[in-house]
Design a protein around this ligand. Structure first.
Ligand SMILES: O=C(CO)[C@H](O)[C@H](O)COP(=O)(O)O
Length: 226
């Protein structure tokens, strides 16, 4: 049974935000039309960069952030940080299958802790590799850059992976969001949506602009044309 196309969601990645005033940056980007905050957690081990831990997620909740927080764990191993981010107010918690020894158990852990589980596939990892656990997910995130840094160019072959993932999700009959992350811009978001994505992580395109609302309006206008 096919699942109808879900509404489009823009998830601004705060990787390129001004971390000295992160709470205000989140307020501004949400007021500008962002739907949820995407938080990139990097450990200088799974990826060659180091960002934030659960304290920052908790600080955003304490600051008053009500929007969903979409946590992308680029860490290895994952289970201890799944627990810490669940306690710190994460909404979605997504991680990479190759960062845990017990994939099914880690997915269950996210669910047991009251969060929405997601899996993240790097560009070269086949979509079919997570077929057995697709029904357990709320999110499948396809990386369209090699993870670790904002501002990289979209990897073109991920368009075909999105089509494959969309077909797999629709055929499964389960409601799984199909998120894409890396190199999403005004000029390519429509093609990426056409390929099947419904949730778009956008970092530098928004945070390098003076007017976040103008960029998000342009992204959403492109989506209305799909
Ligand atoms: O996860 C990421 C990198 O690992 C970032 O979320 C992603 O790259 C978004 O930034 P941009 O839109 O600038 O590509």
């Amino acid at each position: 049974m096919a699942v109808p196309q879900q509404e489009f969601i823009i998830a601004p990645s705060v990787l390129n935000a001004n971390f000295a005033r992160l709470g205000e940056e989140c307020d501004t980007v949400l007021a500008a039309g962002g739907d949820m905050i995407h938080l990139d957690v990097m450990d200088n081990h799974y990826v060659p960069n180091l960002t934030v831990g659960p304290m920052v997620c908790q600080a955003l909740r304490d600051y008053g952030l009500k929007a969903p927080i979409d946590v992308h764990l680029m860490v290895e191993p994952v289970d201890a940080l799944i627990e810490a981010f669940a306690k710190a107010g994460a909404s979605y918690i997504s991680f990479h299958p190759d960062a845990t020894r017990h994939l099914d158990r880690s997915i269950e852990l996210v669910r047991e802790l009251g969060c929405r589980p997601g899996l993240v596939l790097n560009p070269a990892v086949p979509v079919a590799s997570i077929g057995q656990v697709l029904h357990k997910l709320d999110m499948l995130l396809l990386m369209s850059v090699n993870p670790g840094f904002g501002g990289q160019a979209f990897v073109p072959y991920v368009l075909d992976k999105l089509k494959e993932a969309r077909a797999m999700i629709d055929a499964s009959g389960h409601s799984v969001r199909l998120e894409v992350d890396g190199g999403i811009k005004v000029h390519n978001i429509a093609d990426v949506a056409q390929a099947g994505a419904d949730t778009f992580v956008v970092g530098s395109e928004i945070f390098s602009a003076d007017d976040y609302k103008a960029v998000i309006d342009r992204l959403k206008t492109r989506l209305t044309q799909v």
